[in-house]
Ligand binder design. Sequence first.
Ligand code: HEM
Length: 417
Amino acid sequence: MGTETDLTIAEAQLVLFSPEGLIDEDLWHRAATKLRQEAPISWVDAEGVTPFWAITKHADVLEIELHNNEFLSEPRCILGTVESDANLKRDGHLVKSLVQMDDPEHRLHRNVTSEWFLPKNLAKLEGRLDELADEALEKMRAAGGEIDFAADIAMQYPLQVILAILGLPESDYGLMLRLTQEMFAPDDSDFKRDEDAMAGLMQTLMDLFNYFTNLTVDRRANPGGDLASVIANAQIEGNPMGDKETLGYYIIAATAGHDTTSNAMAGAMKALLDNPDQLKKLQDDPSLMGTAVDEMIRWTSPVKHFMRTAARDYELSGVTIKEGQDVYLSYWSANRDEDVFEDPFAFDITRSPNKHLAFGFGVHYCLGAMLARMELKALFGKILPHLASVEQAGDSALTKSGFVSGVKRLPIRYTLK
Ligand code: HEM
């Protein structure tokens, strides 16, 4: 990846946040590098979006994440359009999930499931993750040497895991796959439901709303040991959790746990194909899987950004962020920061330390980080030892989305042992 660019700052800003910019990885990194070097905290005032500060350096993203009382998730935790921001101001959130909450509300709601996501509980899932990895390998065997690794393996595996932890039937699999993809990529031609992305997103939300309302009724009547039962029967300070929040909880678990991990898996396979020396190293020494998985996550950074709003004037690296102004945290850019990562554009499965921010940081730190790592380990730990040869068999493609995105098509040709 060359870092020289003839982009202006204004052009680089547009590339940074627009869904179109995200589908050209080289261009995107040139733009982000330009901003890191020349305008790491830069005011973006572009057509169609409410102005915001683009934050591209690791240290600045970290500082904002750590100051959660000064930088709030409410009201604007992801980048929308001027129109969607106005709707949000008028109507509030249709559903409310952890990522949109601030303390003390956030802490109370996070406590509902934080124990469920602890390693000792997740360890119980290892057997199921292994079975699903076996199934993925068998699927590759049955496909006879060519498969779209992104669509047919990476998109499927984490969704099966989410269905398993929520305790949903396999028959709902297709529906959940479609709804989560629509939710995160309403602009992508492969996933969008309506020419008007906003209208499509509303239809998707209605379907999720109906589905999970029925699930709550069922789990309140028949509680079990699954995550859906924990959510449906949650108490907040002695009262049942509100409807909006209950729904938001299912949605964040189903969506945050799916597309993110899928994109990490697909992008990781692409990185291994593009760096055959790293693939060989990992195959020769599976004990490197721990560092490899974090490098896969740094490399792909499936969540491209979150936003925060300043609760008061704040001095950030010499720049005053005024009360009420929004900041856009670019995780992908932070994860290529030359000041933190040696040779940041090298995919190095032995990288250690690897202080990437792909899971965010601070009070909102990804609840599923441990689970995501377990999934990547289970899948690649199963497939790689059986891969006698593998190569890319056609063009890959990236999702057109400025929020959660990655490789959505990756045809591969392989032989298995
Ligand atoms: C490679 C995969 C994943 C990535 C890159 C990822 C990334 C993130 C990021 C960046 C955040 C926001 C952190 C912040 O604002 O500081 C987040 C929050 C969250 N993630 Fe993940 N995630 C992944 C997988 C998962 C999985 C598997 C689950 C669960 C099933 C999950 C559940 C959540 C939840 C519930 C939150 C909200 C936490 C809060 O606001 O307190 N994520 N994730």
